[in-house]
Design a protein around this ligand. Structure first.
Ligand code: PFF
Length: 462
């Protein structure tokens, strides 16, 4: 650790592997396990996967390189980074901190559900077998119960807070180094179980059969936009996290390599999740296009029907819990580091207030399936959403995309690509694609981010 960072007490990653595991942990989350498999199935399977892969490396890596560099260059989280570089853009740092804050408020509710499911399967494994309820009834009665809804949200936030309290290397890195490899191994076990079920082949065909007809007409652009917004969320871009994690990198770290490895691992886990889930869903004749209820309703039916279902259910939801937790610690770190760095509040207090604030903000989302079930809020297109979905819409679709768009404009035209290139090359790396990267950050990337913003928010109907 350099004297500089020691004086500031900000901490630093202890090893490059530790940083990678934390960054992959931030990227691998509910987006991979929940959203990716059904979006893949809905949008043409292999065709969607191909587009997604291209976007990950053509757009995702470009943005990731930029965010990591801004962090390492300034040694600050998003607000501090922008204010150090150009005070006029501090607001964009504030947008990303706010986005990460409200995203965590509902993410924690969903993470709490994974904890509930894990504990339920553990009890079912050692107890009297499955609850008699159907997947939908089990889910609906659980989320409608205000006590449980708040309790699991509180528990999930408390666990997130304890890890973040440990700091960068002592808390976040230490946990990620264990949880991410464990997640990978658990995922392999679930895949083996899933693909060896009779009838599993149909599920694999559903994922990998290239259906290029989805690209015909304006549908093609809609699929493209769906892949884009999924890609940004999945790679944790635009929420200040990658800037924040980059700020704890030592100057010797290789940013370019990280911006390839992290998206690669994230995409690998997303595809693995599809391979773990879809064959089992098909094997039991359930509906693969159920959308968001796939993870908590349809899979409950799958595990009830599967030999060894309680064990594999426990394993699977522990994996989901790990994935959600390593993402939520990243989201919490953004707010916590803002309080530590910019407000000079000691880490303990900062984490406490960040947890309390996120917990309180998440209460309406937690209660939105029961006592606040009738509350709906409008999107730009006039569509009415339940509370949790609406908060997701504001954070993920509106704020996140705006944040990335302004960052592209800032780096491309105000700060200038040269500053970022110099930062990347500071450790001796030769940035061979710097011409391509500069071109992308100034043109193609902001154009595509704008398209994502317009379509994801519903301002533009395709
Ligand atoms: N990338 C995570 C996922 O796919 O679930 C979610 C996420 C985590 C988004 C952290 C944004 C973020 F800053």
């Amino acid at each position: 650790m350099s004297n500089h960072s020691k004086q500031e007490g900000r901490g630093q990653w202890a090893s490059h592997f530790g940083f990678l595991m934390a960054a992959v942990g931030s990227a691998v989350g509910l987006g991979n396990l929940w959203a990716f498999p059904y979006k893949l199935g809905k949008n043409g399977g292999f065709a969607f996967l191909l587009i997604y892969l291209v976007l990950v490396f053509v757009v995702g890596s470009v943005v990731m390189v930029t965010e990591l560099s801004l962090g390492r260059m300034t040694k600050r989280g998003p607000i501090g980074a922008y204010s150090a570089l150009d005070k006029r853009f501090t607001f964009n740092g504030a947008i990303s901190v706010f986005a990460s804050f409200i995203i965590l408020s509902f993410y924690s509710v969903l993470g709490g559900w994974s904890l509930k499911y894990f504990l339920t399967y553990v009890l079912e494994m050692f107890g009297n077998g499955f609850h008699g309820l159907s997947g939908a009834d089990f889910f609906n009665s659980f989320v409608a119960d205000p006590v449980q809804a708040v309790l699991y949200h509180a528990l999930f936030m408390a666990i997130t807070g304890v890890i973040v309290l440990g700091g960068i290397s002592g808390g976040i890195e230490r946990c990620s180094k264990v949880m991410m490899p464990a997640l990978f191994v658990m995922m392999l076990a679930v895949i083996v179980r899933s693909v060896t079920l009779p009838g599993a082949a149909d599920g694999l065909a559903f994922i990998f059969k290239p259906d290029f007809t989805v690209f015909q007409g304006s549908g093609g652009l809609a699929v493209f936009a769906a892949a884009l917004s999924q890609m940004f969320f999945s790679l944790s871009l635009g929420m200040g996290i990658t800037i924040c994690y980059g700020s704890y990198l030592p100057p010797s770290s290789n940013i370019l390599r990280s911006a390839v490895i992290i998206p690669l691992c994230d995409t690998l886990v997303a595809v693995m999740a599809a391979v773990a889930i879809m064959p089992a869903v098909f094997a039991f004749g359930l509906d693969p296009k159920q959308g968001p209820s796939l993870l908590y309703v349809v899979l409950r039916e799958v595990f009830a029907a599967m030999p060894g279902g309680a064990f594999f259910g426990a394993l699977f939801y522990l994996l989901v819990f790990f994935a959600a937790l390593t993402s939520s610690i990243a989201l919490l770190e953004v707010t916590a580091s803002y309080l530590v760095d910019e407000r000079k509040i000691p880490r303990k207090k900062s984490v406490f207030w960040a947890v309390a604030g996120v917990f309180a903000t998440g209460l309406p989302s937690a209660l939105g399936f029961g006592v606040l079930g009738d509350v709906t809020l409008p999107t730009f297109s006039g569509e009415m959403l339940g509370i949790l979905d609406w908060v997701d819409y504001v954070g993920e679709y509106a704020l996140m995309t705006i944040g990335v768009l302004i960052m592209c404009i800032f780096v491309g035209y105000v700060l200038g690509p040269k500053r970022v290139i110099a930062e990347i090359e500071r450790d001796g790396t030769v940035f061979r694609l710097k011409g391509v990267w500069s071109f992308m950050i100034r043109t193609v990337t902001p154009a595509l981010v704008l398209l994502t913003f317009l379509t994801a928010t519903g301002l533009l109907k395709l």
